[in-house]
Design a protein around this ligand. Sequence first.
Ligand SMILES: Nc1ncnc2c1ncn2[C@@H]1O[C@H](COP(=O)(O)OP(=O)(O)OP(=O)(O)O)[C@@H](O)[C@H]1O
Length: 236
Amino acid sequence: MIDLDNITLTYPDGTSRITAVDDVSLRVAAGTVVGLTGPSGSGKSSLLAVASTLIRPDRGTVTIDGIDATNLDLSERAELRRTKVGLVFQQSNLLGSLTAYEQLLVMNELTAQHARRAARAATRERARHLLDTVGLAADAEKRPAQLSGGERQRVNIARALMHEPAVLIVDEPTSALDQERGGQIVDLLLRLTAQHSTATLLVTHDRRILPRLTKTHVMVDGHLTAEGSMADQMRG
Ligand SMILES: Nc1ncnc2c1ncn2[C@@H]1O[C@H](COP(=O)(O)OP(=O)(O)OP(=O)(O)O)[C@@H](O)[C@H]1O
C-alpha cells in the first residue's frame, strides 16, 4: 500500500519558495491502479517523486507497505526503494548494450553482488518467467534497438517487478505509444498489478486510459481536485 498523508512539497524559487504539492492525501491499496492526471506543472511528477521516496516532502507522511518513510535518511530510503518500490518511466531507461533478459538481471547484479549461486539461479528463473509474463519470451536475447517502443516498455515493467515490489510507480507509460500499443501496456499493468498485488500509482496525460483504472485523481495547482472512479467522472 502507498499512503500519502497531508503532503506538502516546495522548491526554492529565488528568495521565496514555490509550492508544487499542497496538502495532498492519497492512498493506493494493494492490487489497485490509481491514476493521477492534470495539467502540465500541476505537481504530478513532484507527488510521484515523494511517493517513490526520491524526494522528502516539507510536511506530511509517506508510508510504503506499512513502513513510515518520513524520517528515514538517504541510504535508508534507497534501501526501501530497492526492496519495496518498482519504477517505470516514460522513456525506457534500458541499457543499449544489454539484451532484454540481461536488463532484468542487471538490477540484481548491482544490488546483490554477493548473492549465492542458488539465489542467482532463482533470479535467472524469475527474469525468464517475467519476460514470459509480459509476452517477450521469444525476444529475451534482443537489445533495445531491436525492440519496438511497446516492447521496450514491457521490458521496463518486467524489470520493475524483479524484486517483487509492494509499490509500482509508473510515469506516463503510454505517451510514446500509439493507441493500440498503449492500450496493451495498460492491460498489462492492470493484470500484473492484480497478479502481484502491487499498489500501482500511475501518472498520465492520456485520458483514454483513465476509465480503466481503479480510481483517478485530478491534480491542479498542487491540489487534488477530483476523486472517484472514472465512471463517476464521465457522469459528472
Ligand atoms: N526541481 C524543481 N525546482 C524548482 N521547481 C520545480 C522543480 N520541479 C518542478 N518544479 C515546479 O513545481 C511545479 C510542479 O511541477 P511538476 O513537474 O511536479 O508538475 P507536473 O504536473 O508533473 O507537470 P508535467 O505534466 O509537465 O510533467 C511546477 O511549477 C514546476 O515548475
